[in-house]
Design a protein around this ligand. Structure first.
Ligand SMILES: Nc1ncnc2c1ncn2[C@@H]1O[C@H](COP(=O)(O)OP(=O)(O)OP(=O)(O)O)[C@@H](O)[C@H]1O
Ligand SMILES: [Zn+2]
Length: 990
């Protein structure tokens, strides 16, 4: 029997009993299982053919993997060796014992539990653990049949099919009198998992065995896990406040001094060597080991080491060799050749987008560094080092939680321990994932020590955010960039996975997933997994449904309607889509993608079809312009949608604007519209496409062209619907009906997150009523739009300058005052980002029309000529930088008033005193000073931009209001700079 593995066929219940006994073998003096740790470590489980599980108490052995069977094959050697050293100086030996001795051992254990220390005088040697003895130990033999099944057929080394409760029943029958049952233990642990953490420290041995046992009860338990319950704890948790749940599962051994035991049989017991020295200091944390192991049952060579099934496709198909790494050939080649050339650096930095294989590559590289194979294809997966690594038993490679090493002492200790623990293995490798989370001082300590680190210690830091790392760290590392994985590679990998997993699929669907994965193979695998769980064939429709995106056909349809200004249908279709499933943000990005493809069609053959599908004919330069304009609008809209609560409305607004530039249906007329929009020096200067479009929206309202009318219809609808929504939000029903009947939303102008809403009321008394309720109205609009709102309340006059009950379409509105409502958070940010916005945010106070200054300008022929396209009469309002209306200029002879009016209010003609001109007679260049204005920056200039008299232009001070009556749209530019171009502007009327 010597030199053979000693395994006995024993039903699982008995095995549990045996383990339970082990659990009960605490050293009463130290509450530690240390003396028996080898017993636990060397438990060997196997299935046998008669529905039983073999439990073997092994001696320390020389072990290797039998590649054919995929099993551990352990050559037992008698270990007449000192296994442990008890605290009282007595030595504990064990190897084989007669059954009788074993029984007495058990008895003594029980005795021990009753108070005496059974180990003190124990000397177990040369005994054979046999079935009879275990049967004697097992209280309930019949349970064994229930709990065990033959898993060899399934290629599993060990899996207990019994539920954990069942297993516990069996165990329960063997409860020691003075120990809580495992059931209790688990309940306790479940309920008080936190407390358990602390408790664990004091009674680590007991919980360790408990761990082993509880995991035996789990259907997903792997043999290796059971074995690793002890051996995987490369980190001693003793005294570590950071002990985490992972450790409660993994590091069950709690055998504090198993690390400090002097190494024996170094060559033959490699994985024990690993434990000889704590590679990491207490609390450094070891992460993901179990995850790594979980994925290890699909090694390249087909060796199945673990029966536990991986939790996800990602885990299952985690690359185990450089050849498994997809799309990172350059990195793989470089790392391999550094190994073959023996040029190993002590600090590697793997960076790149998420899910591109950085962590996997780090592990593969670590394994390759220690691989003993003479081949260049490393890691081989066969040699002892590879086995230890992939089985999770080795301790030469550690993955460290960056949050847990984030202390100067810790990182120092890690380095020190790594140095000290260098053993027969070529390298000690530390992988620190998410290393951008390390603090500056941790980095500093690390870098300071880097020079002195042994050449056999290798650090691999992994991060997706290189820019968050200190420059000094980056420059001292061997840097490897992991680029996004190409779509074709992702699709190829998905195809392989599908074939291997037996999924039914359409290649189109996989291609689409690849496109959507943004170069992250993990994202693609996750998506594939979700789709596979639906249990149908993986098709495009399924992908669309799951992703909440619309099909290309639907997209083309919608885009075609929008671009051809088919307003009613566009609105209808957009609503349908958004009502059904689509996320507006998704839709915007899909539309943008199609347009980009269409624009790329000029150079890409396959994409050239897109404009054709959109415009229904071969495309012109104008179409391309329209597409690029549409793209701008969509990109603006995307930003707005992120801030908006009312995404559907804004998306509809955006769609209706897509046709606003150079509609292919009616490009000439449309260009007319655009022409009126062209900003000139000193006029509008916003480059925002949305603002442009909204200007256009307003401009088109006055334009009689057919295409503009079509667009107008949609815009009116949208404004109406926004107004309706806003009115609906008002609580008071009288206000609701007042707003609906007496007012309307004339325009909305978006500007840097602020929606300037022009409201029109048909009578001055309504205007004053609206004035009184401005806060409620602004609040309602803010809710409806999801923006900070500035409202401008306008009196709508008819063409004869009279107030009237109903406004005619296309007529001009007159500004009277302005209010602004800011959401606090946004206004703060805006103020910080843009000084000019500070001025805006000041005006959160109610604003009043402080002075009306009327001035005649009859001699200005250009006024009238331009006014004709907006109505016969024109009133212009001048506002100060706060948006307060300072003056209103009525531009018709009928309303001409003498200069005395404005003189009365503190305004004066700029040149009149010097040039002897009568105030009011020189309307081209006038200076209005706000009454009682103490701050000269509030000086407002009103300049008529008569092209035939440029000399009338005054030099612009830094802050001024600039009117340009030659523009049919009344404009007020604030904060005009010296170059005569606006930094900011407000539209006063439309
Ligand atoms: N290049 C790749 N080749 C093969 N599989 C990959 C690759 N990249 C990612 N994967 C898959 O994605 C999973 C996660 O990969 P990994 O953790 O290595 O990515 P990562 O770049 O480190 O991501 P993160 O930065 O989020 O940690 C792997 O288990 C594997 O299934
Ligand atoms: Zn190897």
């Amino acid at each position: 029997m010597d030199g053979r593995r000693h395994s006995v066929d024993v039903p699982i219940s008995r095995a549990l009993v045996a383990l339970r006994r082990v659990r009960s073998l605490r050293d009463p003096s130290t509450n530690s299982l240390s003396k028996f740790s080898p017993l636990v470590e060397n438990l060997n489980w196997e299935t046998n053919s008669n529905n039983a599980i073999t439990l073997g108490f092994e001696n320390k052995t020389k072990e290797f993997v039998n590649v054919e069977t995929g099993m551990f094959d352990i050559e037992n050697r008698r270990l007449d060796d000192e296994r442990d050293r008890h605290g009282n100086g007595q030595q504990l030996y064990y190897s084989r014992k007669s059954n009788a001795e074993l029984v007495s051992h058990e008895d003594s254990c029980q005795d021990g539990n009753k108070g005496s220390d059974p180990f003190r005088n124990m000397h177990v040697e040369g005994s054979t653990i046999g079935q009879p003895s275990l049967e004697m130990l097992c209280a309930n033999k019949s349970l064994s049949e229930r709990y065990c099944s033959n898993h060899r057929d399934k290629g599993l080394e060990l899996a207990c099919v019994a539920s954990s409760t069942d297993c516990l029943e069996g165990v329960g029958s063997c409860n020691e009198p003075n120990e809580g049952s495992i059931h209790d233990e688990m309940l306790y642990r479940n309920r008080y998992s936190k407390k358990y953490q602390n408790r664990k420290q004091s009674r680590s041995c007991r919980s360790a065995a408990g761990d082993v046992l509880s995991r035996v009860g789990s259907p997903s338990l792997s043999m290796s896990d059971a074995l690793l319950g002890g051996s995987s704890c490369g980190i001693s948790l003793n005294g570590d406040e950071d002990a985490d749940a992972l450790h409660s599962r993994q590091c069950g051994c709690g055998i504090g001094h198993c690390w400090s035991r002097p190494p024996r049989l170094r060559e033959s017991n490699h994985h024990l060597d690993a434990e000889d020295q704590p590679f990491l200091p207490a609390g450094a944390g070891e992460a993901h080991t179990s995850e790594w192991r979980r994925g290890c049952n699909h090694m390249n060579n087909g060796v199945t080491l673990y029966s536990e099934s991986p939790r996800s496709l990602s885990q299952k198909f985690r690359p185990k060799s450089f050849s498994d790494l997809v799309g990172q050939n350059l990195v793989a080649r470089s790392l391999l050749s550094s190994i073959s050339n023996g040029r190993i650096s002590s600090f590697y930095l793997f960076h790149g987008p998420r899910g591109t294989g950085k962590t996997s590559a780090a592990k593969i590289f670590a394994a390759a560094l220690n691989c003993l194979s003479p081949d260049t294809a490393k890691p081989c997966g066969h040699c002892r080092e590879c086995f230890l690594f992939f089985s999770g038993k080795g301790s030469n490679v550690k993955e460290v939680d960056s949050l847990k090493v984030n202390k100067t002492q810790r990182i120092r200790a890690i380095i020190k321990n790594a140095e000290n623990s260098v053993s027969s293995s070529p390298f000690k490798v530390l992988i620190i994932d998410e290393c951008h989370l390390l603090r500056e001082d941790t980095w500093a300590t690390f870098l300071n020590n880097l020079e002195d680190i042994s050449c056999r210690v290798v650090f691999i830091m992994v991060t997706p955010d290189l820019h968050k790392l200190p420059r000094s760290a980056v420059s001292r590392s061997q840097r490897y960039h992991f680029p996004k994985i190409k779509e074709a590679d992702v699709a190829g990998r998905l195809g392989k996975i599908c074939l291997e997993e037996g999924f039914d699929f359409d290649q189109d669907a996989l291609d689409y997933i690849a496109t959507k994965s943004n170069g992250s193979l993990r994202d693609a695998e996750m998506m594939l997994e979700q789709l596979s769980l639906i249990g149908k064939k993986i098709t495009m429709t399924l992908v669309y449904e799951l992703m909440g995106v619309v099909s290309d056909d639907e997209l083309f349809d919608l885009l075609h309607l929008a671009l051809s200004s088919n307003t009613p249908e566009t609105v209808k279709r957009a609503r349908e889509l958004m009502r059904s499933r689509i996320d507006p943000l998704h839709l915007v990005s899909q539309l943008a993608n199609i347009i980009m493809d269409g624009l790329a069609g000029k150079c890409q053959e396959e994409a050239s079809e897109i404009p054709r599908r959109l415009f229904g004919r071969s495309t012109s330069e104008a179409d391309m312009q329209q597409l690029s304009h549409a793209l701008k609008i969509l990109s603006e809209t995307e930003k707005q949608l992120r801030m908006s609560k009312n995404q559907t409305t804004w998306l509809t607004v955006a769609l209706l604007q897509l046709s606003s530039v150079g509609s292919s249906l009616d490009s000439n007329e449309s260009r007319l519209c655009i022409k009126t929009m062209q900003p000139r020096d000193g006029d509008f200067c916003s480059t925002s496409s949305t603002t442009e479009s909204l200007k256009h929206l307003v401009t088109c309202a006055r334009d009689s062209s057919e295409s503009c009318k079509m667009g107008m219809q949609g815009r009116e609808q949208t404004l109406e619907s926004v107004w309706k929504t806003a009115a609906g939000i008002c609580e008071s029903s009288s206000l609701k009906s007042f707003l609906q009947k007496r007012g309307k939303l004339l325009s909305i102008n978006l500007r840097q997150g602020l929606a300037v809403a022009e409201l029109g009321f048909y009578h001055s008394k309504y205007v004053s009523k609206a004035e009184k309720k401005w806060k409620v109205i602004a609040g309602a609009l803010q809710n409806a739009l999801g923006y900070n709102v500035e409202i401008r309340i306008n009196l709508i006059l008819d063409s004869a300058g009279k107030e009237h009950a109903k406004v005619k379409k296309g007529y001009f509105s007159f500004s009277s005052c302005s209010r602004r409502l800011h959401r606090r958070s946004q206004s703060t940010t805006e103020c910080e980002s843009d000084p000019s916005e500070k001025l805006d945010s000041i005006s959160t106070k109610p604003l009043t029309v402080d002075k009306y200054v009327e001035t005649g300008s009859s001699e200005s022929g250009s006024h009238n000529s331009h006014a004709c396209c907006i109505g016969k009469e024109l009133v212009r309002t001048i506002r100060n930088t706060d948006g307060n209306a300072l003056s209103i200029a009525l531009m018709t002879p009928k309303h001409q008033l003498g200069a005395d009016k404005y003189r009365n209010c503190g305004c004066q003609d700029l040149f009149a005193p010097e040039q002897g001109k009568q105030p009011g007679c020189f309307p081209r260049t006038l200076k209005f000073q706000k009454a009682n204005a103490s701050n000269t920056s509030e000086t407002i200039f009103w300049r008529t931009c008569l092209e035939n008299n440029p000399a009338s232009a005054v030099p612009h001070p830094v802050t001024q209001t600039h009117f340009c009556p030659s523009d049919p749209v009344v404009s007020c530019c604030r904060s005009v700079n010296l170059n005569n171009s606006c930094r900011n502007h407000v539209r006063l009327g439309s």
